[in-house]
Write a protein that binds this ligand. Structure first.
Ligand SMILES: Nc1ncnc2c1ncn2[C@@H]1O[C@H](COP(=O)(O)OP(=O)(O)O)[C@@H](O)[C@H]1O
Ligand SMILES: O=C(O)[C@H](O)[C@@H](O)[C@H](O)[C@H](O)COP(=O)(O)O
Length: 185
């Protein structure tokens, strides 16, 4: 792959996306976005009540995130995005927006010039028990640990031709960051 201009740190809730994404962005000097900050209130409320999101809830949110990536990349900014992006089609929307992706959303604006989001996908993967333990210990977060099962059921692990690496969450944070930095070299 050509040098990426964006890194997606993805995985189920509690896999470490926000923690790893923020550290990575700081190490690289790239801009950091946490997709949790872009959920509309309805999505947050739904998750808070223990109801998993569906495609209809997620697609407008992913379109918005695509717009953010596209805008930054167009201006020469490199970005790190922490986002669950559990299905392949969700990752397609992050890269291409809705027009080239099989699923639809309504609110994508017109592209003014062709801009390519060249995404390296970093999938944080690990045992249900480790991740669930971390969720149970995590405080002050809207996402209930009970939703982990549905997140795992929904997950479509990245595969070729996606440009991706997988890193096990049993590694410590500095090892995880070092692995990503090595891949980006
Ligand atoms: N590699 C790691 N080793 C140990 N603890 C971690 C690691 N990555 C994340 N954590 C901890 O696990 C919890 C979940 O991480 P978080 O970044 O909130 O995950 P996510 O954004 O995927 O939901 C947090 O309390 C975080 O400090
Ligand atoms: O697609 C989804 O169902 C949500 O984006 C979900 O995957 C995400 O994990 C929540 O926003 C909770 O936030 P944390 O991932 O930080 O637990």
């Amino acid at each position: 792959m050509e040098a990426p201009n964006a890194v997606l740190v993805m995985g189920v809730s509690g896999s470490g996306k926000s923690t790893v994404g923020a550290l990575l962005a700081s190490e690289l000097g790239w801009k950091f976005y946490d997709a949790d900050d872009y959920h509309p209130e309805e999505n947050r409320m739904k998750m808070q009540k223990g109801i998993p999101l569906n495609d209809e809830d997620r697609i407008p949110w992913l379109c918005k995130l695509h717009d953010v990536l596209r805008r930054d990349v167009a201006s020469g900014q490199h970005v790190v995005l922490a986002c669950s992006a559990l299905k392949k089609v969700y990752r397609d929307i992050l890269i291409q927006g809705k027009d080239d992706a099989p699923l639809k959303c309504d609110d994508l604006g017109k592209e003014e010039k062709p801009v390519e989001v060249k995404l390296l996908v970093v999938h944080l993967t690990g045992s249900f028990d480790i991740i669930s333990g971390r969720l149970l210990r995590r405080k002050d977060h809207f996402m209930p640990p009970e939703l982990l099962q549905s997140q795992s059921d929904t997950l479509e692990t990245p595969s070729a031709p996606e440009s991706f690496i997988q890193i096990n969450v049993d590694k410590n944070l500095s090892e995880i960051i070092a692995t990503i930095m090595e891949t980006l070299k």
